[in-house]
Design a binder for this molecule. Structure first.
Ligand code: UQ1
Length: 432
C-alpha cells in the first residue's frame, strides 16, 4: 500500500506523504530551534496532520488498518477540546475544563504523536515540513547566568573558561545534542581539559564529572572510541548515553535531560558547571532550497562535491550533506578535490578526483595531550603518521595548538593546503 497523508481540518487526502525532519539551527550558532527529536522516523505509511476531531478519529481508524507503528499524528497542542460543549460553556451551563483532555490521552495507543506544527506541504515531493521545535528551553538567555558556557559560539566560549575557573564543588556536566554537530569530538575535549584543570588546581575530588550524550557511543571510530573509554575510566568520568539536554533552568543551576530510549521521561541534574553543545543544522536559507537535500544540506556527490542536480553548483564544508565529520581538516581535504573537480568541469570534462571522506579530530585529552583521530567515510582510521595515533601524545598536542593555526592562516586560507594526503603517502612510502 502506498503511503497516505491525512490532512485533518482540510478536506483533502493525498497519497504518499513523507514526513521530513525539519531544519535545525545553523551550524555554530545558538540553538534557536532544531528538530531531530520531534519524530522518531522520517516516513510513515499514514501521516495525519492535525489532532482535532478528524485527525484523532482517522488515526484510530488507520491504526486498525495498517498498525499503530505506521501511523503518526502531527499536532502541537497539549490539550484536545470537545468544542461542541463550548455552546454550553459560553452559556454558563458547563465549565471549560469539562471540555478538555490532554492530547496524549486521546491519541490512539501506539500511534506516534509528533508534537510539532506543519509549516509547509509539498505534495509533489510527498513531503511535509515541520516547525523547528526543539530549541533548548531556557537558552540562550540562560548564558547570562554564571556556571554555564559553550565552546560552540563566539558569545559563550569565554564563559566556559570562567565557569571552569569558578568551579567549587558539585556536578560538572558536558552535553552532546540529538543532532549532527560540527567536530563531534569537541563536546568531550572540553571535559578532559576541565578534568585536567581541576586536577592541577586541587579541586578534582570535588567534581563529579558527567558526559551526557544523545548518542549511544562515545566516538564513531572504534579505534579511538576504545582509547577514549580507557581514559574515561581512568579519570573517573561518568558517561550517560541516550541522554539529551532539553531545558536549562540557569537561575537554579538545573539541567533537564530526556531519556531518548523513553521519550517524555526526563531527569533533572543540579550543576556547578554546565558545558552545552547546542543542537545544530543547516542555515535557514538552505532549508527548502532547491539545492538542498530533504534536511537542508547542499546535496552534492560525495566523491566529486559537484551538486547532484545543478552541474555548476558545488559544495564544501559544513553546509554539505557529505557523510563525514564537519571539521577544518575535512575542508582542507575537500578543497583539493573540489579544485580538481571545478577545473575539469570548466573544461567540459568529467570530474575524476575522488574525496574519500577524510576528516580529522585532534582529541585534546589534556593540556599537553592529543589523540589525533583521522578517518574516512567508512569510519576507518586514515592516519598521516606511521605511529599509533590512538595514543595520547605531546607532539600531537603541539601540532594542534601551535602548528595547525599556522597551517590554517597561512596555507589553507591561501589555497595551498589540500589536506595531509601527500604527507601520508610520503610517510607510508606510498602505500596508504
Ligand atoms: C588539517 O589539515 C587541518 O586543517 C588545516 C586541521 O584543522 C585545523 C587539523 O586539525 C588537522 C589535524 C589537519 C590534518 C593535518 C595533519 C598534518 C595531520
Amino acid at each position: 500500500m502506498s503511503a497516505i497523508g491525512v490532512l485533518s481540518s482540510c478536506s483533502c487526502l493525498r497519497p504518499g506523504v513523507w514526513l521530513l525532519k525539519p531544519g535545525m539551527q545553523q551550524m555554530g550558532s545558538f540553538g534557536l530551534h532544531t528538530a531531530a527529536r520531534c519524530a522518531t522516523k522520517d516516513y510513515y505509511e499514514v501521516l495525519v496532520l492535525g489532532g482535532g476531531a478528524g485527525g484523532i478519529t482517522m488515526s484510530a481508524r488507520m491504526k486498525r488498518k495498517v498498525g499503530a507503528g505506521n501511523v503518526a499524528v502531527v499536532e502541537p497542542s497539549e490539550t484536545h477540546y470537545y468544542q461542541p460543549l463550548w455552546t454550553l460553556v459560553g452559556g454558563g451551563a458547563k465549565r471549560l475544563a469539562t471540555s478538555a483532555r490532554p492530547t496524549g490521552s486521546v491519541m490512539p495507543k501506539g500511534v506516534e504523536w509528533i508534537k510539532s506544527r506543519v509549516t509547509a506541504l509539498d505534495p509533489d515531493k510527498n513531503c511535509v515540513w515541520l516547525e523547528n521545535d526543539i530549541k533548548i528551553k531556557g537558552l540562550p538567555e540562560g548564558f547570562d547566568h554564571p556556571k554555564i558556557g559553550s565552546n560552540y559560539s563566539v558569545h559563550t566560549v569565554e564563559k566556559t573558561w570562567k565557569a571552569l575557573q569558578d568551579f567549587k564543588e558539585g556536578n560538572a556536566i558536558f552535553t552532546f545534542p540529538n543532532t549532527p554537530v560540527k567536530c563531534a569530538g569537541a563536546p568531550q575535549k572540553i571535559m578532559y581539559l576541565s578534568e585536567a584543570y581541576w586536577r592541577k588546581t586541587g579541586k578534582r575530588s570535588k567534581a563529579n564529572i558527567m558526559f551526557n550524550t544523545s548518542l549511544g557511543v562515545i566516538f564513531g571510530v572504534k579505534k579511538y572510541a576504545d582509547a577514549l573509554l580507557e581514559i574515561i575510566k581512568e579519570r573517573n568520568i561518568a558517561v550517560n548515553y541516550k541522554c539529551n539536554l532539553v531545558e536549562v533552568r540557569a537561575d537554579k543551576q538545573e539541567a533537564v535531560f530526556e531519556n531518548l530510549d523513553k521519550p517524555g521521561v526526563t531527569e533533572v541534574h543540579q550543576y556547578e558547571m554546565l558545558h552545552v553543545t547546542p543542537p545544530m543544522g543547516p542555515p535557514d536559507v538552505l532549508i527548502n532550497s532547491p539545492v538542498s537535500d530533504q534536511i537542508g544540506w547542499v546535496d552534492v556527490d560525495k566523491e566529486t562535491l559537484q551538486h547532484k542536480k545543478y552541474p555548476n553548483v558545488f559544495g564544501i564544508g559544513d553546509c554539505t550533506n557529505l557523510p563525514t565529520s564537519k571539521t577544518a581538516a575535512a575542508v582542507a581535504a575537500q578543497s583539493g578535490v573540489l579544485d580538481k573537480t571545478i577545473s575539469l568541469v570548466m573544461k567540459n570534462q568529467l570530474p575524476t578526483k575522488k574525496y574519500d571522506g577524510y576528516t580529522s579530530c585532534p582529541l585534546v585529552t589534556g593540556y599537553n595531550k592529543v589523540i589525533l583521530a583521522e578517518f574516512d567515510y567508512d569510519a576507518q582510521p586514515l592516519e598521516t603518521f606511521p605511529i599509533d595515533q590512538s595514543k595520547e601524545r605531546v607532539t600531537m598536542y603541539h601540532m594542534k595548538a601551535d602548528m595547525m593555526p599556522f597551517l590554517y592562516w597561512n596555507m589553507l586560507l591561501k589555497g595551498y593546503w589540500g589536506g595531509p594526503a601527500p604527507v601520508r603517502k610520503l610517510m607510508h612510502l606510498g602505500l596508504k
